[in-house]
Design a protein. Structure first.
Length: 222
């Protein structure tokens, strides 16, 4: 049986989330770096596997899966990972799925905010898009994370005692905000969440790759 192949880019938050899960689950896999800046995702050999032309995606013995949350669910079941990562009880699993759906229109806003902010700094032109739309929506999502999803003794999403795939996805998305010196301390529950997630060894390893890229491209030391 061939190793599972992960097609990824370290600057992609969803890619990092999938990579974290593979490492936490001790899955034997092969990495295939996709250089997005050079357009590798559109090359015939990649496009023939994934017509969506985005990362991450995986190939498992000829079976291709894209969309990070679907990939994470697949990996969890395919490799029989610890149930704490994706609980089997219907109500608990539904909570995780509920966050993963909410994530796309809320936490995911951080990517747009960071991109627009960095472009604004590089060009010297203020971005009304950042100030008026994405910034407000991002702060609303962050406030909801702090006041509702993480407002519990464990400081994990929905109060689970161990991190789930929802926590992994959320953390990697918000890590991007460090590029613009976002002040997490204004949100104590979120700050506690970010700190405890960043200390998980496998996540720390994945973060190191991202930090190296951030330092090289944006001269930001994370």
């Amino acid at each position: 049986m061939n190793k599972l192949k992960l097609f990824y880019n370290s600057f992609s938050q969803p890619s990092r989330a999938v990579k974290c899960l593979l490492k936490i689950g001790k899955v034997d896999y092969e990495e295939k770096f996709v250089n997005l800046a050079k357009g590798d995702q559109f090359k015939p050999e990649v496009k023939s596997l994934n017509w969506n032309c985005q990362v991450p995606f995986i190939e498992d013995n000829g079976f291709v899966v894209f969309e990070s949350h679907t990939i994470m669910r697949y990996i969890h079941q395919r490799f029989n990972l610890d149930n704490s990562l994706y609980p089997q009880k219907l109500e608990d699993k539904t909570k995780i799925d509920m966050y993963l759906d909410w994530h796309h229109s809320n936490t995911r806003r951080s990517a747009n905010y960071v991109t627009a902010s960095l472009l604004s700094k590089r060009t010297g032109q203020p971005s009304l898009y950042v100030e008026d739309l994405v910034h407000k929506e991002l702060l609303k999502a962050v406030q909801n994370l702090n006041d509702n999803l993480l407002n519990n003794p464990s400081h994990y999403i929905f109060g689970f005692q161990k991190p789930t795939i929802a926590d992994i996805s959320c953390y990697q998305e918000l890590t991007e905000l460090k590029l613009i010196n976002f002040d997490f301390k204004k949100y104590p529950n979120l700050d506690a969440f970010m700190n405890q997630m960043s200390n998980i060894p496998e996540i720390k390893e994945v973060d190191k790759d991202f930090s190296d890229i951030a330092l090289k491209i944006f001269k930001v030391n994370l």
